[in-house]
Each structure stands twice: as C-alpha cells, then as structure tokens.
Design a protein. Structure first.
Length: 162
C-alpha cells in the first residue's frame, strides 16, 4: 500500500487517522483477547476481559467509521483490506484479520464483517509476539522497528519468527 520510498502520515487526513487507528486497535484487541485463556487470577482476568471488550468495541467502531466513509471513497475499503492482509502475513497466524469489503452471503445479499470475529463470535487472537510482528512491521524475530524503531521495554521484547 505504501511504497519503499514513501511515508505514511497518520495525521495528514481523517482517512489516514482511521487507517492508523484500525491497525493499532486491531492489534490491541487481538492480543488482549489472546491473553485471556492464560490468566488464572480471577481479578486480573475480569479486568482483562473488560479491557479486551473495550478494545474490540473501539476497533469495531473505527471499522464502522471507515465503512461509512467508504460509501463516498471506495478506495478506503481497498486500503483496509490490504492492511488486514499485510497484518495477517507478518504475524504468521492463519487468520487474525478480516477484510472490510462486503462479500456475497449464502442468501445472495451483501455481508460486511465489521467485527473481527470467528464463526463463534469470539474476537480473533494474536500472541504478544505476533502483535510485535505487526508493530515492528517485520515477519522475523526482531526487537525493534516500525512503530518502535528503538524497541520496547518489558519481558516480551522480541517478535515471533514467522
């Protein structure tokens, strides 16, 4: 979507801001949802469930805003779909993203996946390392790049090798 010598400014336009928010919120929601099964402390789990639901709601709201704007600017759907496919490639998961472009359902009507959920309605997940793949913008096991050119602090600081 962005050439090797091009840059992306999330503040340049409302559309750019929505595309950037879509990436960050999608990653946040998927990693929080992915962490839930590993939590054993009831208080921590309850707090994380709330945070995960809020992140998923925010990500869905941004996708809805993009869909509404795409009625006048269809290239936004193309951009969202390309970004979703790219995130799926770098994070190494089979599917942690859904395109926003409508498809034709089994009854012949248009279907849009606003929420990034599986067939059971659960939010798609990533591990923390897979989230770092997206945030570092690299499919390899690296400790810096992309949104964090000098790396991050914390116990998990390296992305997965995909």
């Amino acid at each position: 979507m962005i050439g090797q010598t091009e840059t992306f400014d999330p503040y340049a336009s409302p559309n750019n801001g929505l595309l950037a928010a879509d990436t960050l919120l999608s990653v946040q929601a998927s990693v929080l949802a992915g962490m839930l099964p590993n939590l054993t402390n009831d208080v921590v789990q309850a707090t994380m469930v709330t945070m995960s639901a809020t992140a998923a709601s925010n990500a869905t709201a941004v996708r809805y805003m993009i869909q509404q704007r795409a009625a006048q600017q269809p290239d936004l759907l193309v951009a969202v779909d390309k970004l979703a496919a790219w995130r799926d490639r770098v994070d190494g998961t089979a599917t942690a993203e859904r395109p926003l472009t409508p498809t034709i359902g089994s009854n012949g009507s248009a279907v849009t996946r606003i929420g990034q959920t599986n067939a059971d309605g659960l939010y798609l997940t990533r591990t923390p390392q897979q989230a770092l793949n997206v945030l570092f913008m690299n499919a390899g096991a690296v400790s810096q790049g992309g949104f964090f050119p000098t790396g991050i602090n914390g116990i998990i600081g390296t992305s997965a090798a995909n």
